[in-house]
Ligand binder design. Structure first.
Ligand SMILES: *[C@@H]1O[C@H](CO)[C@@H](O)[C@H](O)[C@H]1NC(C)=O
Ligand SMILES: *[C@@H]1O[C@H](CO)[C@@H](O)[C@H](O)[C@H]1NC(C)=O
Length: 441
């Protein structure tokens, strides 16, 4: 019965858009929130996912949540974005499955316009950036330049290279040289390797601003900047990010933007493109898939320049956070059911970090490896940083929320996300200082 419906759904799919073409609006799109209750529901969702991947362009119907072969409780709520022409079929198949669902975003286009609205409070300081609205890449670059110009003794900028479309990929360093000329441990943070996950760079620039602008007046911050070097790469995937910010293009773009030979679909998933166990799990070889791993490791310049910069500082870097959204997970390595030998330490520190985060506003995070709490996936940043970068505390935080707004998180949540995430970052920073910091005589 349910298979007939699923087949009907797939047969009705039209090829009106492929990934890579312009998707200028999401008028009439709805986002459904499904709550799987039985193992059969989970099977249904997994089957639906593979059928959709084969047959329906991701900008018509896309399962936003990661599912995997887990218990229904572990899977939790699942968001599915559906274009108007597929809604009747989809809800029919949900009903046939008896899977509970509700419409969580009734009009995706409206939600996107609402999310992008400009705040009335214009920021004149900090290079025109604020944390009451989301900003596009030029504003983030001007914020970076403002920090370098106004805090020259604290902040330096390195252009790591250019993206496929020619945008600068920029790395910031925040730190004071240690008095005795010794090398300090370092903390690396990056964001927006997935273009549509706007809260990731918004949260990261919030914390960056705090480290720099509060240095002069706050002893805690002074300690953190004097004892650590901070490397910050605010937007790993600027081309994809710019595409999500262009009002006539695609807010829900995920990948890079490089042209693929023999395909109309652009880009690859840069969080599957690293060469630690590349294409082993949770990655795709089809260019039109949103988890296309690229034709070979480091096919994407963004990945290549990141790893070169990282390896050049490898002996210094003791902690690495690659921010994503959404789900409220603090992911530990690795993505293929294996664990590093020091996983107990990594998890203990992650639990302390998450407890500090939760203490601010009660926001709850789950701690575990991708295989434990969602699905297997290899070729991503935090696995690479652990295995090849040899960074002890390597994590992927999946920021707010758990599936009310998904990727389209209202800008009112930027500052709370910044405040609570900073608490977690401080716990990890303190751990790195205690473990690797210069010993005091
Ligand atoms: C200094 O910064 C720390 C860390 O962000 C914060 O907890 C503390 O409240 C700040 N102190 C003052 C006086 O603002
Ligand atoms: C949007 O993209 C088009 C085509 O690439 C470009 O001409 C335009 O300047 C972009 N708009 C913004 C606001 O970046």
């Amino acid at each position: 019965m349910r298979w007939q419906l699923l087949v009907a759904l797939v047969a009705a799919a039209t090829w009106t858009a492929a990934r890579g073409e312009v998707k200028d609006d999401f008028r009439g799109y709805k986002v459904y929130r499904l709550v799987p209750r039985t193992p059969q529901h989970v099977d249904f969702l997994n089957n639906l996912q593979s059928k959709l991947e084969e047959q329906v362009p991701v900008d018509e119907v896309e399962i936003w949540s990661d599912i995997g072969q887990l218990s229904p409780e572990a899977v939790g709520p699942v968001l599915i974005m559906v274009s108007p022409e597929h809604q009747a079929q989809m809800t029919k198949s949900f009903d046939a499955e008896k899977i509970p669902y509700e419409v969580t975003i009734a009009d995706l286009n409206k939600a996107i316009l609402e999310e992008s609205r400009r705040s009335d409070v214009r920021s004149t300081s900090s290079g025109g950036i604020s944390w009451t609205e989301y900003h596009d890449y030029p504003v983030i670059l001007s914020f970076v330049d403002f920090l370098v110009r106004d805090y020259p003794s604290l902040v330096t900028k390195t252009v790591l290279g250019q993206t496929y479309e020619g945008r600068d990929i920029v790395l910031l360093k925040i730190g004071k040289p240690p008095a005795d000329g010794k090398t300090k441990p370092a903390f690396w943070m990056d964001a927006n390797i997935h273009a549509r996950e706007w809260i990731s760079s918004a949260t990261l620039t919030y914390m960056t601003n705090k480290l720099v602008t509060e240095y002069a007046t706050n002893q805690t911050i002074q300690g953190l900047v004097n004892q650590l070097d901070w490397y910050i790469l605010p937007v790993v995937n600027p081309d994809g990010f710019a595409w999500t910010h262009n009002e006539t293009k695609n807010r829900l773009w995920r990948t890079t933007r490089k042209v693929n030979p023999y395909s109309n679909c652009l880009g690859a998933d840069p969080n599957r493109n690293y060469d630690h166990r590349w294409m082993v799990a949770g990655a795709d070889q089809k260019p039109c898939s949103n988890t296309f791993a690229g034709p070979y490791p480091y096919s994407e310049t963004e990945n290549l320049v990141l790893t070169e910069a990282y390896l050049a500082r490898q002996s210094q870097i003791k902690a690495m956070l690659s921010f994503h959204s959404y789900s409220q997970y603090w992911l530990t390595p690795f993505g293929d059911k294996t664990f590093p030998p020091d996983i107990a330490e990594l998890k203990a520190v992650a639990h302390r970090a998450v407890n500090a985060l939760t203490s601010q506003f009660g926001t709850k995070y789950k701690v575990g490896s991708p295989s434990e709490i969602l699905y297997d996936a290899t070729g991503g940043t935090h696995d690479w940083a652990k295995a090849k970068g040899l960074t002890k505390y390597s994590y992927t935080p999946e920021l707010r929320d758990t599936g009310k707004h998904g990727f389209v998180l209202p800008p009112e949540q930027i500052i709370p996300s910044g405040i609570e995430t900073w608490e977690a970052v401080k716990v990890i920073a303190d751990q790195v200082i205690a473990e690797f910091g210069p010993t005091l005589d």
